[in-house]
Write a protein that binds this ligand. Structure first.
Ligand code: GDP
Ligand code: MG
Length: 303
């Protein structure tokens, strides 16, 4: 490919929570920039994953998914996920082929149809590793009939099956264009936002069901102490007094566990020794407090 044919473009990664959007983005970029969790909604904002080679720059917009808003955060998340549909060159719709379509999947398909974007859409039939070979075709049909004119590929993001082929197709579908970001930039997130997401991931991994979703993570300080060392201070804002003993645990056992997991993940990513200090504070109703939300970065729109 000659220099003149450099391609660049935006891919909107859409799909209901938990289908494997972040796993796929990480797989394509080969680095853990999007927090992955067995439970939905670790990713709370749109974030970019940028893959640059001599021939192309592919910009993946990983979205928080579309769901029923119950709070101000819910509204914000929906708005940013929906905006993605029409602003991108390719819509990569990820579905979980190991289960039948949910109402949310059907909603997304309807949205794509209504916006007349079927032909811009590539359906990634993910989690194929969970389906036996002879059932694959039938399982795929449940999704393909929702958008019969869209292209589709069967993949498993987790084991990187079909991901190379998918990447090839994405590159073929983005236009000839300039390099928008420097070649060493893999995300538009700052280290501190990534640290926040990894602390949030740790909450999801260590605490049960609804508690993590009632906690906001505020990063108070991120200081480089040397090239190899950094200090992070973060506060966990709880919206209920009764959650405090659970989050702290017996003699602080739980908060230590949360901190330890987050520290190791941040170290893996930053390749540094991290000193992480976690505070716990009750801030009732933080979800509906615009000031708290703004401090957490929820209303800062990129672009
Ligand atoms: P997101 O909410 O769409 O970003 O989903 P995540 O990437 O966070 O993944 C949700 C869960 O599905 C995690 O536990 C992943 O490990 C798992 N997962 C993702 N892709 C695959 C896959 O191809 N196969 C299997 N078996 N699990 C997957
Ligand atoms: Mg995600």
């Amino acid at each position: 490919m000659s220099k003149a044919e450099f391609r660049s473009g935006y891919v909107g990664v859409v799909g209901r929570p938990n289908v494997g959007k972040s796993t796929l983005v990480n797989q394509i970029l080969g680095q853990k920039i999007a927090a992955v969790s067995p439970r939905p909604q670790t990713t709370q904002r749109n974030q970019l994953g940028i893959l640059t080679t001599e021939q192309y720059q592919l910009i993946l917009v990983d979205t928080p998914g579309i769901h029923q808003p119950v709070t101000k955060i819910g509204d914000f998340m929906n708005e940013s996920a929906l905006g993605t549909f029409s602003d991108v060159d390719v819509i990569l719709w990820i579905v979980d082929i190991s289960v039948k379509p949910f109402a949310e999947d059907i909603n997304i398909a309807q949205k794509i149809k209504a916006l007349n974007l079927q032909e811009n859409t590539l359906i990634a039939l993910n989690k194929a590793d969970l389906v036996v070979q002879e059932d694959l075709e039938k399982a795929a049909e449940n999704y393909l009939e929702l958008l019969p004119e869209a292209e589709s590929l069967v993949i498993s993001a987790q084991i990187a099956a079909g991901v190379d082929r998918l990447l090839e197709r994405l590159i073929e579908r983005i236009p000839v264009g300039p390099q928008y970001f420097p070649e060493d930039q893999i995300t538009d997130l700052y280290e501190r936002q990534i640290a926040c997401d990894l602390i949030r991931e740790s909450l999801l991994m260590n605490l049960s069901e609804e508690i993590p979703h009632a906690i906001a993570v505020r990063l108070d300080e991120y200081k480089d102490r040397s090239e190899k060392n950094a200090y992070i201070h973060a506060t966990l804002l709880l919206d209920r007094e009764s959650h405090k003993p659970i989050v702290i645990g017996k003699k602080g056992a739980m908060i230590r566990k949360i901190g330890e997991y987050a520290r190791m993940e941040i170290e893996k990513l930053t390749d540094r020794n991290i000193y992480l200090e976690l505070n716990v504070k009750v801030e009732k109703n933080w979800r509906n407090n615009p000031k708290v939300l703004r401090a957490l970065g929820y209303f800062i729109r990129k672009d």
